[in-house]
Design a protein around this ligand. Structure first.
Ligand SMILES: [Zn+2]
Length: 257
């Protein structure tokens, strides 16, 4: 149970202390303001995964959890730019990097606004985790709200770019999103990377859903939809046979507003 003081410290859009270290260890690590300066001198700064967590919880997973990996309940979100590969054959590299950074920026803002972290960025795609290391009670809804923000903000930003791409066939750019909630393994799984990630069947399902999402669509697994029922009720359902997943999945389809 958080005290009134800790709630005050952690309950803001931009927290004074690391919300990851607080939620996982109940240790207050200053990441903003004068108290953060001595920590910065030791290389402890805001994480690029989310500015409200620090580089300790990003890179010292074993120190934070005292284990190499843990099983955690989380919601995983994948997003990517649909049609990017085809586009990359037609336009110059400088424009491509403009599109990618616009997409990554819009996604990160939406994910951070709902306390998720951008765990991996893969060019025209990304993977986000909700409920670790920032504990989020309704992480399924947080992820769905982030996805709706991603679709809204990317549609506006990409439409502006579309206009300047001028007259190219198939130039309409859009984003596809897949979301699934379940138990994942979180930890450091690579000997040459020091930051944590999530692996497991639940991560694969989120990735597979994203691969089936058309531009402007958010495909939500039944597990996420049940937990975020207020946001998914009445949404179209679509039965999907997904590569590597034994049973067909009855996904909910949320389209951009
Ligand atoms: Zn931290």
């Amino acid at each position: 149970m958080a005290t009134a003081a800790s709630t005050e410290l952690t309950n803001h859009g931009s927290a004074a202390i690391c919300r990851g270290c607080w939620d996982q260890m109940r240790v207050p690590i200053p990441i903003r303001g004068p108290l953060s300066l001595p920590f910065r001198a030791f290389g402890i700064t805001q994480s690029k995964m989310n500015p409200n967590i620090c580089t300790i919880c990003e890179r010292s997973f074993r120190y934070v959890k005292k284990q190499r990996h843990i099983t955690a309940s989380a919601t995983i979100l994948f997003a990517d730019i649909r049609g990017f590969t085809a586009l990359s054959e037609r336009i110059e590299a400088v424009r491509l990097s403009e599109i990618v950074s616009l997409f990554q920026d819009q996604c990160a803002q939406a994910i951070w606004a709902h306390d998720g972290i951008v765990n991996k960025q893969m060019g025209d795609g990304l993977m986000a985790i909700f409920n670790f290391p920032i504990a989020t009670k309704d992480h399924a809804s947080a992820a769905v709200m982030a996805a709706l923000d991603i679709q809204r903000h990317c549609a506006e930003a990409l439409a502006g770019l579309d206009a300047t791409l001028g007259g190219m066939p198939g130039r309409t750019l859009g984003v596809g999103v897949g979301i699934h909630s379940g138990d994942v393994e979180i930890g450091e799984f690579s000997s040459f990377r020091s930051d944590f990630t999530a692996i497991g069947g639940a991560v694969n399902l989120a990735a597979r859903l994203e691969s089936q999402a058309a531009a402007g669509e958010i495909l939500v697994s039944p597990e996420t939809a049940a937990q975020a029922s207020g946001l998914t009720i009445g949404a179209e359902t679509r039965l999907l046979v997904l590569k590597g997943i034994e049973q067909p999945v009855q996904a909910r389809v949320l389209a951009k507003i």
